[in-house]
Ligand binder design. Structure first.
Ligand code: ZN
Length: 152
């Protein structure tokens, strides 16, 4: 079964990066708090940096984040949950909607991305909800650099 997460509102950047790594990540600021905590299905791992929330959900599967820095936060999640590099599916999910994105034909995105991007890339994906278009360069270099820091 694939991992999924629920991230509290103080950890927006971490939530975004968990989505970039391919994980189904519910982010508190996308919903109201009551709805967010009501939707904490058992299998969703809670990620929080808030002591009060950690206490309230102590029996729930959770990660209590100690660092204020993204790389250390991600590393803590990777280490504590036991994520392997092979588990990661880079750019499989929309950063904004948290939905899987679909491959699209290069010709279908002509005019929808900057010309130099269209000319220099062959693979594009699109979110079925917000219709944002992703390509390997969207966050590519930063992501690969980050991943190399996580797993060395
Ligand atoms: Zn989207």
């Amino acid at each position: 079964m694939s991992l999924c997460f629920a991230v509290d509102r103080t950890l927006g950047t971490l939530a975004k990066w968990l989505r970039i790594l391919g994980y189904d990540t519910l982010y508190e600021a996308d919903a109201c708090s009551r709805e967010f905590y009501a939707r904490l299905e058992d299998r969703r791992i809670l990620i929080t940096r808030t002591k009060k929330i950690q206490k309230a959900f102590a029996s729930h599967n959770h990660v209590f984040i100690r660092s204020a820095f993204l790389v250390e936060q991600l590393k803590q999640v990777v280490d504590q949950i036991g994520i392997n590099p092979a588990d990661i599916q880079l750019f499989a999910r929309c950063i904004h909607c948290n939905l899987p994105i679909d491959e699209v034909n290069k010709n279908d995105v002509y005019g929808l991305v900057p010309d130099y991007i269209w000319q220099t890339h062959d693979a594009f994906n699109r979110c079925r909800q917000c219709e944002r278009i992703y390509w390997s360069g969207s966050h590519g270099e930063r992501a690969l650099e980050l991943i190399s820091q996580l797993f060395n």
